[in-house]
Design a protein around this ligand. Structure first.
Ligand SMILES: [Zn+2]
Length: 285
């Protein structure tokens, strides 16, 4: 069922029910810190970057006919939700042969290879070798993208349309190192890059489901969606991608990285949301 592919640093859990054209991916819940990471930051600081337990919150997806892909590597080692060009060459010990186009994320220290844990914790006291960054790309970023692209293409080929849910969680508060600053965040933030990565009716459908479950929902603020929804979406061709950010206060103690008393309620509601999304896709494909 689960096809653990440890050499590929990811898990791909195949559908356990009649397939539907929905793909869930959790790029930031990995916590297998590689031995060659070479970070100076304490583990407690590094782990604040994880979207902890998000893979578990979506673990019912295969029971509703959708594959679930989850990274095992931590996003602070290499971030699969960034483009390969979103890199700061000043972090490297030699010339980078590929193009670089650093975005605002790299400026904030959280590009493809994170420099900082926001707001200001340094991750390295050294330059990274070109070879080690290339290795992170080849062993983590590429296999993850191949799995997501493969599952989306597969569903699109079979059904003619596909709905991709890119699954994340966010700290309850921003800080001086985040784009939104030190403000409290909504319970859920849906990102469709301002209506460009999926049919707006689908975004509205998911927002309505969450509001019916009692949650406060914002659209594209402060998170619009980044590389995974950008790269694989093409709504005009029936490829819909939506980023879902869950506020961590709903399910975890952010300091201790432990489930809190809200976890089981949220998990039950996520099961309902997954069922509703899968039914939506089944009805339309
Ligand atoms: Zn995330």
């Amino acid at each position: 069922m689960s096809a653990p592919s440890s050499e590929a640093n990811l898990r791909l859990v195949a559908p356990r029910a009649e397939p539907v054209p929905v793909v869930f991916d959790s790029p930031h819940s990995g916590k297998a810190y590689p031995a060659d990471f070479g970070s100076i930051a304490p583990m407690a600081v590094l782990r604040r970057s994880e979207d902890a337990f998000v893979d578990e919150l979506y673990s019912a997806a295969p029971d509703h006919g959708a594959p679930l892909i989850a990274a095992e590597f931590p996003r602070i080692y290499i971030d699969p939700n960034r483009d390969l060009v979103d890199l700061d060459p000043a972090m490297l010990d030699g010339p980078w042969a590929e193009p670089v186009v650093p975005s605002r994320k790299t400026e904030l220290g959280v590009g493809l290879i994170w420099r900082l844990m926001p707001p200001d914790a340094q991750i390295y006291d050294r330059l990274l070798s070109v070879a080690e960054v290339q290795r992170r790309i080849d062993t983590c970023w590429r296999p993850y993208h191949a799995a997501v692209a493969g599952a989306i293409d597969d569903a699109h080929g079979r059904f003619g349309e596909v709905w991709h849910i890119n699954c994340h969680s966010m700290p309850a508060m921003g800080n001086s190192g985040t784009e939104d600053g030190p403000v409290a965040r909504a319970e859920f933030v849906l990102g469709d890059r301002d209506g460009t990565t999926c049919d707006p009716a689908f975004t509205a459908f998911v927002a309505d489901q969450l509001r019916d479950l009692g949650y406060q929902v914002k659209l594209n603020e402060p998170y619009k969606g980044v590389e995974l929804v950008r790269r694989y979406s093409d709504p005009a061709k029936g490829r819909h991608s939506l980023q879902v950010e869950i506020n961590r206060k709903l399910y975890m103690d952010e300091e201790r990285i432990e489930r809190n008393g809200g976890f089981s309620t949220l998990k039950a509601n996520m099961d309902r949301l997954i069922a509703a999304i899968c039914a939506y896709a089944r009805d339309r494909a």
